[in-house]
Design a protein around this ligand. Sequence first.
Ligand code: ADP
Ligand code: MG
Length: 394
Amino acid sequence: MKKTIKDVNWTGKTAVMRCDFNVPLDGDKITDDTRIIASLPSIEYLIENGAAIVLMSHLGRPKGEAKPEFSLAPVAKRLSECLGKEVKFVACDEVVNDEVRSAAKALKGGEVMLIENVRYRAEEEKNDSAFSKELSELGDIFVQDAFGTSHRAHASTTGIADYIPAVSGFLIEKELKFLGEAVNNPKRPFAAVMGGAKVKDKIPVITNLLDKVDILIIGGGMAYTFFKSQGYSIGNSLLDEEGLELAGDILKLAEEKGVKFMLPVDVVAADEFANDSPHDVYPVDSIPDNRMGLDIGPKTIELFTEALKSAKTIVWNGPMGVFEMDTFAVGTKAIAECLAECDATTVIGGGDSAAAVTKFGLADKMTHISTGGGASLEFLEGIELPGISVIEDK
Ligand code: ADP
Ligand code: MG
């Protein structure tokens, strides 16, 4: 178990907290403040418990230079509104300077400030020790609450913990509880549903999960590489040449491990990659040469949902089809509805899968939707995330 902000006596202490305020902007207008709202419980807890709070985050990719369009100033403003109290923002191209240092020192218990985009400094992504030290000197304890960047060893996510003790905020605590429990201590049967585009990206996840799951379901663009490795022709469907051999290995491995491995039995294939393209349902052994598979078919939906009904834990990563186009969103929607209705613990990892679930209005029906795309994928791979391993154990 990792220490959280609840394991610290905050009286007289300053928290240096890494948040994920990487919000979408239109000019200086925040178009989606979900990430700001998500950070509030941890910040409010710190305020109530007397901590002085220095917040930090990245925003976009300023590539190590001060670029006004990536300033966190709009975030400070929105955060002030949400908290109903001033969030002091010290505009500073170097992120930390004497003015920032004295502002941090002057903070009283319950006061909040936000420093400028840490990626204004090239040293951030290099996990530079001098910059990490500069950040650490703004407070006494590092609070890690940005899951989405915890798979990156940067100064504000990892290096800072070389100088001050690290604990997690509530967002990270929740990720570890649900992702961690699902993968390492699941109620069984444990099913994983994998989809999305590239096999190669997901092979490490599949390999790791094969050791843990009872049922492994593969759909989406990835499935066609498996079909190809089984000798079927896949027309113009997505093929990951590099992943072809690996797909064959996975099939063998699944058999060795006694995992119930399920691939689609039918697909919806179209002339073109377009919502209004002519399309039909085909069994997987008769995909026409001039068509591309863009969704799972009705028999597959039945097969997959039936298998999922028996599961007590379900992890889902990767859509079943090109869900961005309504015509080919049917399979993804059916799986999302199945997860929403079943009483298993359901965990969604992966940016596009989370977007799909949200698009269908089913987000609040899932046990947990991970906020970190790349980070949740690496977590599912069984990799120790650098920004998580620095958090002290209880
Ligand atoms: P996640 O972000 O949940 O990990 P991925 O990024 O791996 O998921 O994959 C999502 C993408 O895969 C979506 O943009 C979706 O359109 C695409 N996709 C799914 N099925 C197919 C398919 N049959 N052909 C082409 N692309 C597909
Ligand atoms: Mg994605």
